[in-house]
Design a protein around this ligand. Structure first.
Ligand code: ZN
Length: 545
């Protein structure tokens, strides 16, 4: 691979601003298209350079696809995201954040953490926003395509480059491109064998390099607690939803028993991302409802299993909140001589789907149309997805005939299904074989052992390339995510159709999303191109020698 071209692509891509979830991203797809259109192959085959506008996108963003056609139908997809997180964290050096030539010199050494300073002084690292995450990966793909496009007839198949927006925000780029990919495969007779995503990778302390044959899943369960209001003068007349919510947070936060497990690996435990009561302003009564949401990571658990674990947890927390108050009532009575009655509420936990069924049974289609209007209202559409989910539960609960204190469990966007290439899908075997060959090649060519990890733990677009429990998503997930089909959805059927195994094989990066984001130069210019090329050749059954 031509090192000067690779550096040119990297520098050009980094220099083009593309902060995620902004109009800047539209400038980025134009830049990528321009660079590709200057290649001789795409000048001769302009029909193979395609723009796919993301349907209904508020920023007018598009995915860029470039198809390098060789012989036969086997096709490797090389995909990455072109958005980056913003550059505010660079502070006084912000104007250099997108210039890989000047940023390193501009950074104030006294303000750098020790390891970043060592790397800066070594001269072996390229600093810049997106230099690692992941314009380096896109530049690598573009260089490989430029090189291979000089002799397309020698390729035993095709290479499809796909650059998508929005990975850092909602993955609207990838979810909005799945249908495009399946359509392209039908129209052009492409058989996708693997999707290679060049997100930045890491090294282990034993000197091995991490690649990944899957990606972790993520859900955002939202737990709504409905209490019984009481005047502060008579607090034992009700139950405070904030107490129920705090029991839930105490039980779930960082609890390894709620980690998901695949063989001997465990996800990080869940963590609370939001907790609030639903009262505007101040009142001398306790609030009527509260809500909290959790980041839950998955390797294996289907949505239904997570929901039932949360239901059990919520019931326990509800009972504990009532017990706590009853113990305190007894103590208060004994010291004050009072005769306050204990609370008699038993745990009530509904899923959103169950609550919906109860409400519709009572109110019928009139409620259904009111809920639909509410879901489609401007106010809900403009709201943050988590806040919108809370509002929708609140609205639905207003129809509920059961006014007793309760907990309602729903799911908020985004949702990233877990995926792993484990031999269960027909195409997995070929990919795993190519990974084995790559491990041998890496040792013999570079002396670097590759550790193959089942899951990339950083959340990635790989989540939308195949789906391992589509039926569960439709049956268990969708009915409990109120925004599904309104402001949010995932093209489950199209993902099932696409069903391409994916791997993450990228350059070596550090401190992603920080102002010390950097890319290792030697690995990038010498090793990563070799690994990528060998892997693509191995997938297509070609000799990379
Ligand atoms: Zn990334």
């Amino acid at each position: 691979m031509d090192v000067s071209r690779l550096l040119f692509f990297l520098k050009t891509l980094v220099a083009c601003p593309s902060t995620t979830d902004t109009h800047e991203e539209a400038g980025m797809y134009r830049e990528i298209t321009k660079l590709l259109s200057e290649m001789e192959y795409f000048r001769a085959n302009p029909q193979n350079l395609m723009l796919h506008p993301i349907p209904g996108d508020k920023h007018g963003r598009a995915a860029v696809a470039a198809l390098l056609e060789g012989k036969g139908s086997r096709t490797v997809i090389l995909s990455g995201h072109y958005d980056v997180v913003d550059t505010i964290d660079y502070g006084p050096f912000q104007k250099h954040a997108l210039d890989i030539d000047t940023l390193g010199k501009a950074l104030d050494p006294s303000a750098l953490p020790a390891d970043a300073l060592d790397d800066l002084n070594s001269g072996g690292w390229i600093f810049g926003r997106g230099a690692a995450d992941m314009k380096a990966g896109l530049a690598l793909f573009m260089s490989l395509i430029e090189q291979m496009s000089q002799r397309p007839d020698d390729i035993n198949g095709s290479i499809l480059f796909l650059a998508v927006p929005d990975e850092e925000t909602n993955s609207a780029g990838m979810t909005g491109s799945v249908e495009f990919l399946t359509r392209l495969s039908r129209n052009r007779g492409l058989e996708y064998v693997c999707l290679v995503d060049s997100e930045p990778c890491t090294f282990n302390s034993d000197g091995s390099y991490n690649m990944y044959t899957g990606s972790i899943g993520k859900m955002l369960p939202l737990i709504y607690c409905f209490g019984r209001e009481a005047h502060a003068r008579e607090p034992f007349e009700g139950i405070n939803p904030n107490l129920i919510m705090s029991e839930i947070i105490r039980e779930i936060e960082g609890n390894p028993l709620l980690s998901d497990r695949y063989g001997d690996i465990f996800t990080m435990p869940p963590v609370n991302l939001k907790a609030m009561d639903l009262r505007d302003g101040y009142s001398i009564s306790t609030p009527s409802a509260s809500a909290c949401c959790f980041n839950m990571l998955t390797y294996r658990r289907p949505p239904g299993e997570i929901i039932s674990v949360l239901k059990e947890t919520a019931a326990r927390c509800f009972a504990r909140a009532v017990d706590t108050i009853n113990t305190r009532i007894a103590k208060y009575n004994s010291c004050s001589g009072g005769t306050i009655k204990e609370l008699a509420w038993l745990p009530r936990v509904y899923t959103y789907d169950e609550l919906y069924a109860v409400c519709i049974k009572k109110h019928g289609s009139a409620m259904e149309s009111q809920m639909k209007d509410f879901l489609e209202s401007r106010a809900v559409r403009d709201m943050d997805w988590r806040d919108a989910t809370i509002s929708i539960i609140n609205q639905l609960h207003s129809f509920c005939p059961d006014r007793a204190p309760k907990i309602i469990i729903a799911l908020a966007p985004p949702y990233y299904p877990h995926v792993t290439t484990d031999g269960r899908s027909p195409g997995d075997g070929d990919v795993l074989k190519a990974v084995d060959l790559l491990q041998e090649y890496s040792i013999s060519e570079f002396g670097i052992p590759i550790k193959v990890n089942r899951f990339f733990d950083g959340i990635s677009d790989l989540s939308y390339c195949s789906i391992q429990d589509a039926g569960n998503v439709i049956n268990e997930f969708k009915p409990n995510m109120p925004l599904w089909g309104h402001s949010y959805s995932i093209p489950v059927e199209e993902i099932k159709r696409l069903n391409v195994p994916g791997v993450i094989l990228g350059p070596w990066g550090k401190d992603l999303h920080k102002y010390t984001e950097r890319l290792n130069k030697d690995f990038y210019l010498r090793i990563a191109p070799g690994l990528l090329k060998y892997f693509v050749y191995a997938l297509l059954g070609m000799d990379a020698g």
